[in-house]
Design a protein around this ligand. Structure first.
Ligand code: NAD
Length: 296
C-alpha cells in the first residue's frame, strides 16, 4: 500500500530536492526546517508546512530526515517538540542523514519504546542524484519496516540496498565516504603534479577517465577543480564529519586506517583555511598550498 502522508525534515542541498521528488510522485508532503526559504519554495509547490517536528510527525506516517549530523537528528527526534511526541504508533522515521551508527541504534531504541520504528537510510549520489531521484540508498533496519518505506525510497533513489540491522546503513555509508575523500585527495595530487609538469588538464581528464586511474572523484570533480569551480555540492565540513565518524568507528573496531587518516588531515587543513562551506573537492586547494601553487 502506498503511504500517502510523508514528512521531510531538513530541506538543504539534499532534503529540498528529495521533497520536490516526493511531491512530483504524488505524495502528500509536509515539511519542516529551521530556515524559512525552502519552506516557502516547497509550499508554492503544494507541500504543507509544519511548525515543528512534533506537528509534522502528527501529520505523517513516514518521515524522512536529512540533517547535517548526529546532534540535529537527535534534537529533531527526541528534543523539545520532537518527532517522538507527535508521531502515532506504527509510524516510521527513515533517517537519510549520515550520522554515527551508534546514535542511529540508540535513537531507534528510544523510538521503539513509543511504538515508532526508525531505520537508517543514508544516501549517496550528491545533489545531482537527489535532484534526479537517482540516489543510492543504504538501508539498515527491520525487513518489514524497510519494505513499508520502499515506495517512498523509490521516489528519491534508484539503487536501494537493505544492508542489515539498524545502524548498518551508516556503516556502509561511512565506508563509501572515506573512499570518496581518499580518491578526492588522490585526484588533487594528480592535478597538482600534472599542472606543475605542464600537462593540459582536459587531456589529463580524458586520458585517465578511460584508464585504470579513473574514479567517481575524477569523473565528477576533476573538470570543476581544474576550472576553480568549488560551489557545493557536498561541503568540506560534512566530508570532514564523515571522515571523523569513519575513524571513530575504526578505532572502536581496532582497525588502522592510515590513508584515511591522511585524507582526514587534509580536510582538517581545508577547514582551517576557511574552506568549510565549499564543495569537498576544494581539498584541491590544500594540495595546491602544500606545493606552493596558492599564495593566500
Ligand atoms: P545542508 O546543510 O545543505 O542541509 C541541512 C538542512 O537541515 C538545512 O536546510 C538546515 O537548515 C536544516 N536543519 C539543521 N538543523 C535543523 C533542525 N534542528 N531542525 C530542522 N532543520 C534543521 O546539508 P546537506 O548537504 O543537505 O546534507 C544533509 C545530510 O545528508 C548530511 O548528513 C550529509 O552528510 C548527507 N549527505 C549529503 C550529500 C550532499 O551531496 N550534500 C550527499 C549524501 C549525503
Amino acid at each position: 500500500m502506498k503511504e500517502p502522508n510523508v514528512g521531510v525534515i531538513g530541506l538543504g542541498a539534499m532534503g529540498l530536492p528529495m521533497a520536490k521528488n516526493l511531491l512530483r510522485k504524488g505524495f502528500n508532503v509536509t515539511v519542516f526546517d529551521v530556515r524559512d526559504e525552502p519552506l516557502r519554495t516547497l509550499e508554492s509547490l503544494g507541500a504543507r508546512v509544519a511548525g515543528s517536528p512534533r506537528d509534522l510527525g502528527a501529520a505523517s506516517s513516514i518521515v524522512l530526515t536529512s540533517l547535517p549530523s548526529s546532534k540535529q537528528v537527535e534534537d529533531v527526534v527526541l528534543g523539545r517538540y520532537g518527532l517522538i511526541d507527535g508521531m502515532a504508533k506504527g509510524g516510521v522515521i527513515a533517517d537519510t542523514s549520515t550520522i554515527e551508527p551508534a546514535v542511529s541504534r540508540r535513537l531507534a531504541g528510544e523510538c521503539a519504546k513509543k511504538g515508532i520504528s526508525m531505520i537508517d537510510a543514508p544516501v549517496s549520489g550528491g545533489t545531482v542524484g537527489a535532484e534526479k531521484g537517482t540516489l543510492s540508498i543504504m538501508v539498515g533496519g527491520e525487513k518489514d519496516t524497510v519494505e513499508r518505506c520502499m515506495d517512498v525510497l523509490r521516489a528519491i533513489g534508484v539503487n536501494i540496498y537493505h544492508v542489515g540491522d539498524t545502524g548498518s546503513g551508516q556503516i556502509f555509508k561511512l565506508i563509501n565516504n572515506m573512499l570518496v575523500a581518499v580518491n578526492l585527495v588522490g585526484v588533487s595530487e594528480a592535478l597538482v603534479l600534472g599542472r606543475k609538469a605542464g600537462v593540459n588538464p582536459d587531456l589529463l581528464y580524458n586520458v585517465i577517465r578511460t584508464s585504470a586511474g579513473n574514479s567517481w572523484a575524477l569523473e565528477q570533480k576533476l573538470p570543476k577543480m581544474a576550472s576553480g569551480d568549488f560551489a557545493p555540492g557536498f561541503r568540506v565540513w560534512l566530508q570532514h564529519k564523515d571522515l571523523a565518524l569513519a575513524m571513530s568507528l575504526a578505532s572502536q573496531m581496532g582497525v588502522a586506517l592510515p590513508i584515511t587518516s591522511l585524507a582526514y588531515q587534509m580536510y582538517e587543513s581545508a577547514k582551517a583555511m576557511g574552506l568549510e562551506d565549499l564543495d569537498h573537492s576544494a581539498v584541491f586547494k590544500v594540495l595546491q598550498k602544500l606545493s606552493g601553487m596558492l599564495s593566500s
